[in-house]
Design a protein around this ligand. Sequence first.
Ligand code: JDH
Length: 227
Amino acid sequence: MKIDVISIFPEYLAPLQLSLLGKAQSAGLVDISVHDLRSFTHDNHNTVDDTPYGGGAGMVMLPQVWGEALDSVIADGSEIIILTPAGKTFNQKMAEELSDSSQLIFACGRYEGIDDRVRQHYSHSEYAARNIRVREVSIGDYVLGGGEVAAMVMIEAITRLIPGVLGNPDSLAEESHNSEGYLEYPNFTKPQEWRGISVPEILLSGNHAEIAKWRSQQADKRAKDNQ
Ligand code: JDH
């Protein structure tokens, strides 16, 4: 999977080259490139924003600059992901869909976001005919300063679903058991007693059917308490 991230703060995305993802990259499973949006400007001040038509607070990112940046990375089959607080909320199902893509392009805006004509342009049937799709995505109901952290969250959730990227294939098989994608029971490891708190006896019993039943009950209780 090729991943291109476009931002005016490319250094903010440095963690994408680290550890787990770094290993997946050297194994050739994912290939992540970060692009500086300002390198697609042509004026002396490297301008990326201007005032909004219709008035209002803040600045809006220029469509010409985003168009040049996106044109430099786009290919047949690209998924263009525009991060925005107004997008469809990212979830595990969307992560699974996107983990099948050949290329993900993350457009990380700042200020009030990107001129909407960028979304409109790449949503045109000429792009759809090349299997190029645009999605507006939010990672949750809170306001961030820009799309960079949201892109990193999505990249971690998506790439760990690519076979061979996650170190431990058993934990992915276990996730697929549950309809939501996970069984959220409490976990315990050594020592058997810590600060006066003992590990539940059932987990030491070796009775796998009873352990599965107890974990399922605990997961249900947790799901209810979290509502
Ligand atoms: C991309 C710029 C900052 C801040 C306007 C929106 C009132 C618009 N889950 C998520 N939260 N935030 C983002 C995100 C934020 C971004 C950009 C993603 C680009 N910004 C920005 C405030 C506004 N504001 C909230 N309304 C209630 C008006 C942009 C995000 C993701 N993914």
